[in-house]
Every structure is written in C-alpha cells, then in structure tokens.
Ligand binder design. Structure first.
Ligand code: AMP
Length: 389
C-alpha cells in the first residue's frame, strides 16, 4: 500500500498533481474539500454545518473531518493506497490519520509539501476563481484561507518531519517538473519498502524450486520453514534437539518454535529487498503470526501465488521424487504422501481462501517445464510490481 498526502497552501497545485499521481500509482483519491463540497451540494447535516465556515475561508472542525474521512477510508479497505489532498490540515488531523491508517495495518509513506509563496497562491486562486465557480476563490476569503494555513496547517509539517516522512518540492516550477520531482520521491520511497511473497500449492507443485529461483532473481530472502527446521536438526542446536524429539514422537512442531526461527531469520537478514515464504503460513493461526512478524518490520504481504497442478500429476511427481536422492523423509511412503496432501486440504486451503480475499493473489498454472512456470510467475510478479510502483 502506498499512502501519500499532498500538502501546501491553497493554490499550490495539489489537485492538479493528484490527477497525474492517481493514475500512475493506482491510488484512491480523498480530497476533504471535494467531500465537503459534495455534502454541501447534497444539503446533508454535515454539509449545512460546514457551509458557512468554508464560505468564510475558515477550517471546518476536526469532528466533521473525522466523520467524512473515516467513512471513505473504511469503505475502501482494499485500495492499493490512498492519496490525501487537503488532509491533514491540523495537528489533530495528523493524529487522526495515523489512527485510521493503523486500523488498516498501514501508515502514511510520505507527506509532500508543494511549496509556493503567498502572492503566487493568491494570484493562482484569483485566476482559478474566474472559472471554478467556487465561492471561496475570491481575494478576501483567499487571504483568510492563507491565514488559517499559516496558523493551523503549517505546524503539521513538524509532525511528519519528526517521523522522517516529510518531503518538499518547489511549487513555482512547471507542472511537469513538479510532477517529475514528486514521482522521483515516491519511487524512491517504494523501492525502500519490502516486497514479500507467499507461495502456496500442494506438495510437489514446484513451489520450492520456483521460490529459490525467484528469490535469486529479485534479491529476496527465501524462507522455507521445513528447511529451517531440518537445518536446526542437522546443526544439532538446542532447538534442533527439541524438534528431533518431537519428530521421533510423531508430534507436530509447535508454532512457538517456528515463530522463533522466522523471527531470528528476519532479524539476521536486514538489507534484503523482501522475503519469499514457502511452507508458512500453513494454518490460519500462522497467517496471523506472519502478519504480526511482518508488521514488526514495518511491512506486510505484497503478493500471494498459488501454483496449480492436477492431483494425479502431483502424485506422479512425488512418487518419482521418492525414488531419487532428492527424496524428502516425508516422501518415503504413499501413506505419508497422502497424509501431507490431506493436511494441506484441511489446514492450508482456508489460509489460501483468506488470502484470496485480502491480498494481491494469483493462481499460476504449474504444468510444463520449470522455465515455463518460472516465466509465467515472473510476468505476473512484474505486473503487480508495476501496479504498485
Ligand atoms: P480545498 O478544496 O482543499 O481547498 O478545501 C476547501 C475548504 O474546505 C477549506 O478552505 C476548508 O474550509 C474546508 N476543508 C477542506 N479540507 C479540510 C480539512 N482537512 N480540515 C478542515 N477544513 C477543511
């Protein structure tokens, strides 16, 4: 999710720049000014309350703003990101925005101040007043809007400077140049955020080999929980010994152990561009755990892929693998293979169904050669990266 706020005095060009950015980054537009004008046009209770304040160039109360903005955000939880124009306009609204973003498990990526001086603002707004039909585009009201901006809105900058997400561009420059500079800032920000992929598919569908190749291609850290458990056993670590004991007693490895291992891996792989998870989450409980682990690193799931292979082909592949030295301990008998397929059906399918609703989700045809499947996957990942970048 990319969430941005365009900041600056009235007439800075926030609306104009928004139009370009919405398309380029596929964002949902929230202009509190537009929302208020709509309430006024529809003569709602909120609109009637706001009408006189807007006409005089004052700021409407934070209470009114909360009501209109909360509804718009919560009505669109699946947006690719939000672009706020004319909000937050007070220090209190900055806190409100923080709370609303938190509710969606996200935050504001950047506040971009389009800086123009007072006389430029006035002359642009007077010019706009000739055609905008807006009653507040006249000199007396414009001057009042600028006073409100200085007194109540300017302090908002410090809120975002303190959080390291404040950026500034010179708004006197041409529309195209301002646009280019904003795009550069946003692309820089996006490249800093992690790209996290979760891979699904029945055992034997090829997610392991595809996952490793994808990790290499995109500079992502490959996290396969099964392999992590095995390597603890091989290294005879304290945890490894505990896991071995559980295996030998035919017990499942508890989530606490898996969580600790993933947490350690995330801590130790700072500087990567993101993660690819294979074999985790396997249950709904683990899906909540993953959200929490990623959130701790200021991140979240970016893409979910499920490789589809017909059951008969899966059984053939697993059976063939069991006769080679790539054999996994759990491939050794038909009973074990069937048990794994059943476990997937019972516990992991509900996670896939949940992700289908919540995330950028794609089923990829897993039939064909490794290269063919890889190519299909890459095409899809690049499309979704472009979508968010
Ligand atoms: P705009 O279209 O952003 O220039 O907003 C027009 C008018 O709507 C402003 O002068 C304010 O009276 C009111 N308004 C818009 N957004 C806000 C906000 N976030 N907080 C308070 N008042 C606002």
């Amino acid at each position: 999710m990319l969430n941005i706020a365009l900041f600056g005095p009235p007439g800075a060009g926030k609306g104009t720049q928004s139009e370009f950015l919405l398309k380029k980054f596929n964002l949902f537009y929230i202009s509190t000014g537009d929302l208020l004008r709509k309430e006024i046009a529809e003569k709602t209770k909120l609109g009637l309350e706001a009408q006189n304040i807007i006409a005089s160039g004052g700021l409407v109360s934070d209470e009114i703003i909360v009501q209109i903005i909360e509804k718009t955000i919560t009505d669109n939880p699946n947006a690719n990101g939000f672009l706020f124009d004319g909000f937050p306009r007070t220090y209190v609204q900055a806190y409100i925005l923080e709370g609303l973003m938190l509710k969606l498990n996200t935050s504001l990526n950047c506040l971009i101040n389009i800086n123009v001086d007072e006389e430029e603002s006035v002359s642009r707004l007077l010019n706009r007043g000739k055609t905008s039909g807006r009653s507040d585009d006249n000199e007396k009201v414009i001057r009042n809007r600028l006073v409100e901006y200085d007194v109540k809105t300017r302090p908002v900058m410090q809120f975002y400077k303190d959080r390291g997400v404040y950026f500034e561009v010179d708004g006197h420059d041409s529309i195209e140049n301002v646009n280019k500079k904003i795009i550069n800032i946003l692309q820089d920000e996006l490249s800093k955020s992690l790209y996290n992929i979760v891979l699904f598919g029945y055992p034997g569908c090829g997610r392991g080999s595809q996952g490793k190749a994808l990790a290499e291609k995109y500079g992502l850290e490959y996290i396969a929980t099964g392999k992590m458990l095995e390597s603890e056993i091989e290294q005879k670590t304290e945890v490894g010994m505990k896991i071995l004991e559980l295996y030998e007693n035919g017990q499942l490895v508890p989530d606490e152990i898996v969580v600790q291992l993933i947490e350690k891996k995330l801590e130790n792989s700072k500087g990567v561009k993101g993660y690819i998870f294979k074999g985790f989450p396997r249950t709904l409980v683990q899906s909540y755990i993953l959200d929490g682990l990623l959130k701790k690193h200021g991140s979240k799931i970016s893409k979910v892929i499920e490789f589809e292979v017909p059951m008969l082909e899966l059984i053939n592949r697993l059976d063939a693998r069991s006769k080679t030295d790539k054999r996994m301990p759990y491939d050794s008998s038909t009973a074990k293979i069937v048990k794994r397929l059943q476990e997937h059906e019972k516990k992991t399918i509900p996670v896939i169904e949940k992700y289908e609703q919540l995330h950028d989700f794609k089923k990829i045809d897993g039939m064909g050669t490794f290269e063919e499947v890889f190519e299909r996957t890459v095409v899809d990942i690049e499309k979704s990266m472009r979508h968010t970048r």
